[in-house]
Ligand binder design. Structure first.
Ligand code: IMP
Ligand code: MG
Length: 179
């Protein structure tokens, strides 16, 4: 299936699930090496990262703790700042932990900056981020993601866990909106 309609928009396949998995194996090698004997805590961010996280952790030869988290962001059109809140998943003590945030996509970087700040004040030993996708042209954050699957153009994508108005997450590949 190379083209798909989600709600009112047409999307076309831009990354097959095979290509994605090939790339994930490289990320796994780097993560195995960097987190060897560090007892890392992985924090996949719901909902979008659920498929990436599932593929990323299978095939690792370290044994990370995995806790899903959810954050809600509230955009406010009247002021230029957003507000975000972790709504579940981080009740435990994080002191001294090596934390790897697992994201589907880093766009403006706002979510990433928020999470890094939130974790640092909880005295973690380190915070890094693994993201399947990164849109550098839209990035305004302070720290770029350390593990990136693919850098992509600033176009809207769905599939592989990511949604357009809550649909399209089940698509095995990644689809980009047609102009
Ligand atoms: P950021 O805070 O602007 O970096 O946005 C991060 C979040 O926005 C991601 O975790 C996604 O949930 C969502 N997002 C950004 N770009 C896309 C896209 O192209 N498709 C689907 N979701 C996206
Ligand atoms: Mg997300």
């Amino acid at each position: 299936m190379n083209e798909v309609f989600i709600h009112d928009k047409e999307f076309e396949l831009t990354l097959s699930s095979e290509k994605i998995y090939e790339r994930i194996q490289h990320l796994q090698q780097a993560i195995n090496k960097d987190y060897y004997q560090k007892d890392p805590l992985f924090l996949p961010v719901l909902n979008g990262a659920f498929i990436f996280a599932a593929d990323l952790v299978r095939g690792l030869n370290i044994h990370p703790e995995i806790q899903f988290i959810r954050i809600n962001t509230y955009g406010d059109s009247t002021v230029s700042s957003h507000q975000a809140k972790v709504t579940f998943g981080l009740e435990q003590d994080l002191t001294g932990r090596h934390v790897l945030i697992v994201e589907d996509i880093v766009d403006t970087g706002y979510t990433s900056d928020f999470l890094r700040k939130y974790l640092k004040i909880r005295n973690v030993a380190s915070v890094k981020m693994a993201t399947l996708l990164f849109k550098p042209a839209k990035f305004k954050g302070t720290v770029a993601p350390e593990y990136v699957g693919f850098e992509i153009e600033p176009d809207f994508v769905v599939g592989y866990g990511m949604d357009y108005a809550q649909r399209g997450r089940e698509l095995p590949g990644l689809y980009t909106v047609k102009q």
